[in-house]
Design a protein around this ligand. Structure first.
Ligand SMILES: Cc1cc2nc3c(=O)[nH]c(=O)nc-3n(C[C@H](O)[C@H](O)[C@H](O)COP(=O)(O)OP(=O)(O)OC[C@H]3O[C@@H](n4cnc5c(N)ncnc54)[C@H](O)[C@@H]3O)c2cc1C
Length: 435
């Protein structure tokens, strides 16, 4: 186990902390030891993943736990399609591991840089009307509690802990091992096409229900969207030529887009024109590929983000209000708005608890003003019974979140039992959990 003091910042660069001690345990016993050591010195301790949250959720003021070296072993049960892995493994490593066994996760978000524990802890999701967030794929978890106890939970063991810890905000324990239910490896056919926003909203069920995975991006100051659908197909018979993948995903989506954002930041009056050109520049394309490689793309242009999960029926009203907000802002918005869909689940602090959701994500290029934009949208989303993504910027506090989550009090009870001295707390948890 290595212990050092080190400065940390998240991917977006908007959160920073210097912990008194950073610990890299290699075994579960070393994790428990680190928790007990923090208790002995009267300090808090917090696990961090890949630092891809925009909120201060991973900020560690006391001791920081980095689980990159934690090796609990890998078990694959191909017949039951179950895999048990160390919780600090990245999604990228997991996807390659699964592919080697002819397996895959049923769904993924836009990137694969997160750790498994980090992604689960904030309710990370992809898109798919019949699929819940990544935490719904978990069948068992092992965690170290605030008193240094090692606890395994599943639908049969410590059911309340299982309901809380699958989206646990790092508040109920340090996740050390995760069992995930996978599916047979599959190929996706991606179809991307420009469309009019009104036409997409007119036939939303047609888009969302008929495809395995559907989403769209709205370009501010325009009535244009780019629709993306991914559907399972039997054969990988239309792979993107290497140069086209590089041109679209690396050059246009990252390099050219970065240049456009820098130009829009330097000369804000150009932003609406840039948005319109971006919307028109995106053309139709269809390709096939391994599921995780279609779901996930590199994101090198840095931004800050807020995302709200809304009851699905509230999406048109939210978008209409968002258009009004964007038009009235004293600055320009340089990033498109992403809309995705997930199915209801039963995880207490999952954004999708008990209801089908439409997720609406708003972004702003780093270095540009964003707070009035995000705050104005937060007001609209809160009125529409929205729930903020735990890893993306928001200003909601425990009082209002308690009304948004029916099992909020049950979550607090589990947390108080497993972490009676708030060993895992930080200012973000105080904001959202109230203590
Ligand atoms: C470019 C980009 C794209 C993104 N795309 C998506 C997307 O498509 N869908 C989506 O839903 N989100 C997305 N996100 C958000 C991201 O998935 C979440 O914020 C996720 O939590 C980040 O995981 P991480 O490993 O970086 O964890 P961190 O951000 O480092 O930590 C997140 C939380 O997990 C806790 N934690 C970490 N490890 C453990 C552990 N072992 N035990 C207990 N708690 C732990 C931390 O304390 C913290 O509370 C994106 C973010 C970025 C920057």
């Amino acid at each position: 186990m290595v212990g050092t003091q080190a400065a940390w910042s998240n991917w977006a660069g908007n959160q920073r902390s210097t912990a008194a001690l950073t610990v890299r345990p290699r075994t579960v016993e070393e994790v428990a030891e680190a928790v007990r050591h923090a208790a002995d010195t009267g300090r808090t301790i917090r696990a961090v993943g890949s630092g891809h949250s925009f909120t201060a959720t991973a900020v560690a003021d006391g001791h920081r736990l980095d689980l990159a070296d934690l090796d609990t072993g890998v078990t694959v049960d191909p017949a039951r399609r179950l895999v048990t892995v160390p919780a600090g493994m990245t999604l990228h490593t997991l996807n390659d591991l699964l592919a080697g066994h002819g397996l895959a996760l049923p769904n993924l978000g836009d990137i694969d840089a997160q750790t498994i524990a980090g992604a689960l802890s904030t309710g990370t999701h992809g898109t798919g009307a019949k699929l819940g967030c990544l935490s719904t794929f978990v069948t068992a978890l092992t965690l170290v509690t605030g008193t240094g106890e090692v606890l395994r939970c599943s639908a049969d063991e410590h059911r309340d802990v299982f309901a809380a810890a699958r989206v646990g905000l790092g508040a109920v324990g340090v996740l050390v091992e995760v069992t995930l239910r996978c599916v047979d490896a599959f190929v996706l056919r991606a179809h991307e096409r420009p469309a009019a926003l009104a036409a997409v909203l007119d036939d939303l069920p047609g888009l969302v229900e008929k495809h395995d995975h559907a989403e769209f991006y709205w370009f501010p100051y325009t009535d244009r969207v780019q629709v993306k659908t991914n559907d399972r197909v039997p054969a990988d018979d239309r792979p993107l030529p290497r140069w086209r993948g590089w041109l679209d995903d690396e050059f246009l989506s990252n390099t050219v887009f970065a240049g456009a954002c820098r130009l829009g930041r330097a000369v804000p009056a150009l932003a609406p024109g840039i948005s319109a050109v971006s919307a028109r520049a995106l053309t139709e394309r269809t390709y096939t590929g391994r599921s995780d490689q279609v779901f996930c793309t590199p994101r090198r242009v840095r931004f800050v983000e807020m995302e709200y999960a809304l009851p699905r029926a509230a999406l048109p009203a939210a978008l209409a209000e968002l258009r009004r907000i964007v038009d009235r802002l004293p600055f320009k918005v340089l990033f498109p708005v992403e809309v995705r869909f997930t199915a209801a689940d039963d995880i207490w602090l999952s954004h999708g608890y008990g209801r089908d959701s439409a997720y609406l994500a708003i972004h702003q290029y780093v270095g540009m003003p964003y707070e009035p934009y995000f705050r104005a949208f937060e007001e609209v989303a809160t009125d529409l019974a929205g729930r903020p993504h735990w890893g993306k910027l928001h200003w909601r506090t425990a009082d209002s979140l308690a009304t948004a989550y029916p099992k909020f009090t049950d979550f607090l009870k589990v947390r108080n039992r497993l972490d009676p001295d708030n060993r895992f707390t930080n200012p973000y948890l105080t904001q959202v959990l109230g203590a």
